[in-house]
Design a protein around this ligand. Structure first.
Ligand code: HEC
Ligand code: HEC
Ligand code: HEC
Ligand code: HEC
Length: 162
């Protein structure tokens, strides 16, 4: 064979060989088609156990009223009734095992996440009553004036003038 044919062939051969070697090293031994065919079976078998071991960190609000009936009742009768406790207090996995360690965020940042006015028109986010975080009583935490579990305008903790 002529050199100009042979050389590219050798290059291709080397590339294919190194891909096969790399595949043997990189692809885990239990990767492949398992019992249910390509649509669901094409994965690493040990990954199933890894997903079973993942702990769900959010527990939903369903268990909270048993121990915090007052908070649950306040929230249920307030404009915040569509928000889950954990949306403000964070994942409850370790609670009440460790009540002291559970999360209370009194910062403006917590509320601004949902209440900064955004130009999203008639969308669920756009419909949330918004304020301008740089103008709305910047000197204080929101919870100084609004009760987070029942933030009706008539329910401010104190009378204020802008
Ligand atoms: C089995 C009872 C129990 C359940 C269920 C429970 N809590 Fe508690 N929680 C407690 C106790 C006890 C305390 C500590 C005493 C207190 O502050 O009332 C506490 C304290 C708290 C605190 C204050 C923590 C602090 O640092 O002061 C928050 C916030 C809270 N719980 C939220 C929740 C939320 C949200 C849920 C549902 C996801 C929940 N709890 C479910 C018993 C419970
Ligand atoms: C909109 C955010 C938000 C939601 C939703 C929310 N909380 Fe809170 N919660 C707070 C903030 C902020 C504080 C601290 C208030 C303060 O110090 O003035 C707090 C305080 C608490 C405390 C501390 C004790 C106390 O008397 O203030 C408990 C317990 C608590 N929340 C339980 C709950 C439970 C249970 C739910 C769901 C039924 C819930 N919270 C939903 C923001 C929220
Ligand atoms: C996860 C999103 C979310 C968070 C976090 C949140 N809110 Fe709200 N808030 C809402 C929604 C949704 C409503 C109901 C729609 C409306 O009235 O804008 C609402 C209503 C309100 C209202 C208007 C009540 C009325 O009827 O006039 C006030 C005031 C308010 N929230 C204050 C706060 C404060 C203070 C915090 C922080 C402690 C906070 N919110 C955190 C979503 C949120
Ligand atoms: C010093 C007290 C005070 C503080 C701090 C404060 N607010 Fe208010 N907020 C008010 C008063 C009073 C109103 C009634 C309307 C007005 O005067 O702007 C109001 C109204 C609102 C409304 C309803 C707006 C509407 O269009 O109906 C929302 C939402 C709100 N505040 C969220 C917040 C958030 C979020 C924070 C923190 C970033 C915060 N507020 C901090 C006193 C306060």
């Amino acid at each position: 064979m002529k050199n100009h044919v042979l050389r590219p062939l050798i290059v291709v051969g080397v590339i294919v060989a190194s891909m096969l070697v790399a595949r043997a090293i990189v692809v885990p031994s239990d990767f492949g088609v398992h019992e249910r065919g390509y649509m669901y079976g094409w994965h690493r078998l040990s990954n199933e156990q890894e997903w079973k071991a993942v702990q769900v960190r959010y527990k939903t609000s369903a268990g909270c009223p048993r121990c915090h009936p007052d908070k649950a009742a306040d929230l249920a009768n307030s404009p915040h009734n569509i928000i889950s406790c954990e949306n403000c207090h964070g994942p409850a996995l370790e609670h009440p095992k460790d009540p002291a360690g559970y999360f209370i965020d009194r910062s403006r940042t917590l509320c601004i996440r949902c209440h900064a006015k955004l130009p999203y028109g008639n969308t669920p986010r756009g419909r949330i009553r918004g304020i301008d975080p740089d103008k709305h009583y910047v000197q204080a935490e929101c919870v100084m004036c609004h009760i987070p579990h029942n933030p009706k305008p008539t329910n401010q903790k104190q009378e204020v003038k802008s």
